[in-house]
Design a protein around this ligand. Sequence first.
Ligand code: NDP
Length: 278
Amino acid sequence: MPTVELPAGQQIPALGQGTWGLGEDPAYHDEEVAALRTGLDLEMTVVDTAEMYGDGAAEQLVGDAVFDRRDDAFIVTKVLPSHAGRPDTLRACEASLHRLRTDYIDLYLLHWPGPVPLDETVDAFTVLQDQGKIRFWGVSNFDGVDLMELTAVQDGGAVQTDQVLYNLVHRGIEWDLLPACQRDGPLIMAYSPFDHRGTVLRHPAVAAVADRHGVTPAQVAITWVLRQDGVTTIPKASTPEHTRENHGALAVRLDLEDYAVLDRAFPPPDGPRPLEMI
Ligand code: NDP
């Protein structure tokens, strides 16, 4: 498994797993747990979730998938901006730990920028780190100016990741945020590599590249995202079959002709764009 390095020096796998939408229907519980555990078997140990997903249902599902093999997982979860004040963050973290059936979170993120002053959230993250309840912290959906504001507050420079929308359809970060983070910033964790509802997977250009190599559109989409240095991605899969297929992307090699085809179908940004989010 290829790895990427957090600013703190910790190596994490480049390919992890998302969980938005999992845990919401008991009929699929066992298959979804199996999907996540298949990923752990394949070293896709970064498991991304959030208190928001299914009002805690996704965190509970992650707990069911990892409770007896906690050390195999690098759990990422997120606090809502409405809980980002100091006491609320401490409470939200306790609730997440309970649902996740663990006593520590590997990486705790602020889900998106909100009205609470960042120094309060960073202060709460620092307390949680001191208590051993979180190992690292980061943010999500932060644009360049948000990151500048963050790093200006006390201890704000300890930010480890910025989890943002990045896929063939949404390439805006290539203009400025991505190169800035690659130079000297938090690691970019690309969410929705298939564009959430799979738009990317149904595009004829992606299908053509996949056919050329005898691989699948999902594998092309993941390989394309991971071509960038210092980027990790977290596709969500509900079945072990999809998880295995996504893992298969690590063996795919695209060439210059493939990238040219994809650039024509999904042009790179030609100027700065506001950060997009789902
Ligand atoms: P993705 O781009 O990962 O796409 C998920 C969809 O792709 C699902 O319908 C899934 O189907 C399908 N899929 C997965 N594998 C395959 C495959 N091999 N072949 C065909 N279809 C496949 O969308 P998400 O929006 O879920 O993004 C991934 C994760 O990123 C989220 O789950 C979440 O953890 C995180 N995220 C974070 C956000 C943030 O604000 N920080 C916002 C959005 C996402 P199926 O379920 O049937 O396998």
